[in-house]
Design a binder for this molecule. Structure first.
Ligand code: BES
Ligand code: MN
Ligand code: ZN
Length: 495
């Protein structure tokens, strides 16, 4: 989809040429581009402020039909995200006009503030990520994604750049795959269907797939997953995606194992503690952690990452019925510990603990990360765009937060105070799945999980806010955002 090009810009025929412009600095050496920018600025309607844009038609200096100038704002403030947004926005403009190809002018490397690699990567990501339309349920498919996006720069005369477009594209395809799963309506991704959909995608990769069906879950005494799944007609299961790099030259050092665990509730009605109808339809997104983990594994295999990565994905539908788990039920989890279910809507933690203790027992990972749309409280704390990170391992937490900054899948460190555990005490079982206190719900959920994890190298990422967007952004339509895929792909490089 993305291609690097160079050559004589004046002669390149295209329906749309895009030029990003900073308010207070010229980002291009090329006198042709500088001249075009001058014309846009002279038009008085364009100051290159962030968010500004202007179309010109048939500019005599170039063959392009349209020239779109996109404002980047103040030079000092430009970063990877600025370019991600600019690229995303320009793609959206082209899609709206039913254009199928475009040329985006890449600012000269030396003329960019900060890390030029991050900028170019951001630009490529913005282009890829915005070029996706979820329209499989619409008869009238008004618009199509672009067929090709060319990035023009005279710096890559040899057609190469130090950021390989193909690997950026592979990661973005992962994000789009996760979005696709999240966007599916809950009637078309009930647990059995969702599991098969993941299996079909992973089958084409270098991934070992195993599925623990209900029988196997019973055999392993995974009381958490079974309890949450019991109210649904569609049977629960856990899918395990196990990737190992092919034996290569560098097999002298022992390769590390990373476990990724993703919450896969295909629809969270709340169960017997039924949720109010407000926003209930959005609860199809409660499998966003699962989608991110499955898509990350597929991406990891495509990029032949040099780690063993195991994705453990418990998949259930949380429904009320005559067979559903009740408040007051006491279940025995895989770990052997008993849990009193105080509220059937605190179901995510019940399925995660079985998956995580299984991960530790079977795979003995060097690091474990779980992604889950776990609590509304985390959205209250950090808003809809920032995930909460909980970890007692400072190094791992810092890796995640740094990757969040780089990818703009932002993460914020949250505390795990020991004394708050008090609130999870049960009169009848080893622990309870709720506190009965209104405050600090994201923290007590993380503390509940921590009671079932042995390793110190574990981080929990609560993505309840950023996994789903009510409104479109510059490079993501309304709906699933695929949050976590780019983040995890960046984090695992550092493990
Ligand atoms: N899936 C929800 C959390 C959620 C809320 C995700 C909003 C995305 C947006 C989770 O299963 C849940 O229901 N959590 C409860 C926990 C409570 C019962 C202790 C919550 O956050 O209210
Ligand atoms: Mn719930
Ligand atoms: Zn849930």
């Amino acid at each position: 989809m993305i291609k690097m090009i160079s050559g004589d810009l004046a002669k390149l025929d295209t329906p749309c040429l895009v030029i990003p412009v900073s308010e207070n600095k010229n980002l291009f050496h090329d006198p042709l581009i500088s001249g075009l920018i001058q014309k846009a600025i002279n038009s008085i309607d364009f100051k290159a402020k962030s968010g500004e844009e202007i179309f010109f038609y048939d500019m005599p200096e170039v063959k392009a039909k349209r020239t779109l100038f996109i404002g980047l704002g103040k030079f000092e403030k430009i970063n990877g995200e600025t370019l991600r947004a600019a690229a995303g926005k320009s793609i959206k403009r082209c899609i709206k006009r039913n254009i199928s190809t475009m040329i985006f002018c890449v600012p000269d490397e030396g003329e960019m503030p900060g890390d030029s690699r991050d900028m170019l990567e951001g630009l490529m990501e913005g282009a890829c990520l915005s070029n996706y339309i979820f329209d499989q349920y619409k008869k009238d498919k008004k618009h199509k994604p672009l067929k090709q996006i060319a990035l023009y720069s005279h710096a890559h005369k040899d057609g190469k750049s130090h950021v390989p477009a193909s690997s950026v594209e592979t990661v973005c395809r992962g994000t789009i795959l996760a979005r696709e799963w999240v966007n599916l309506p809950p009637n078309d991704k009930r647990p059995e269907q969702f599991v098969q959909s993941i299996r079909r995608k992973a089958e084409n990769e270098n991934i070992r797939i195993s599925i623990l069906d209900e029988k196997a879950l019973k055999k392993h005494k995974m009381g958490g997953i079974l309890a949450v799944g019991s109210g649904s007609r569609s049977r629960p299961s856990m899918i395990i995606l196990d990737y190992s790099p092919k034996k290569s030259v560098k097999s002298k050092t022992k390769i590390k194992t990373v476990a990724l665990v993703g919450k896969g509730v295909t629809f969270d009605s709340g169960g017997i503690n039924l949720k109010p109808s407000d926003g209930l339809a959005d609860m199809k997104m409660d499998m966003s952690g699962a989608a991110a983990v499955a898509a990350a594994l597929i991406t990891i295999s495509r990029l032949k990452i040099g780690l063993r990565v195991v994705g453990l994905i418990p998949i259930v539908e949380n429904m009320p019925s005559g067979d559903a788990a009740r408040p007051g039920d006491i279940i025995t989890t895989f770990s052997g510990k008993t849990v009193e279910i105080g509220n059937t809507d605190a179901e995510g933690r019940l399925i995660l603990i079985d998956a995580m203790s299984y991960a530790e027992k079977v795979y003995k990972p060097d690091a474990m990360i779980d992604l889950a749309t776990l609590t509304g409280a985390c959205v209250v704390a950090l808003g809809e765009k920032i995930a909460g990170v909980f970890s007692r391992n400072r190094e791992l937490a810092d890796h995640i937060i740094d990757s969040g900054e780089k990818t703009h899948e932002r993460c914020w460190m949250m505390p795990m105070p020991e004394d708050y555990k008090e609130m999870l005490k049960s009169d009848f079982a080893d622990i309870k799945n709720i506190t009965g206190v209104r405050w600090g719900g994201a923290i007590t959920a993380a503390l509940f999980l921590s009671e079932f994890v042995q390793t110190d190298r574990w981080a929990h990422i609560d993505i309840a806010g950023p996994a789903y967007a009510k409104k479109e952004t510059d490079y993501c339509a309304a709906g699933g955002t695929g949050f976590g895929v780019r983040l995890v792909m960046d984090v695992i490089k550092k493990i």
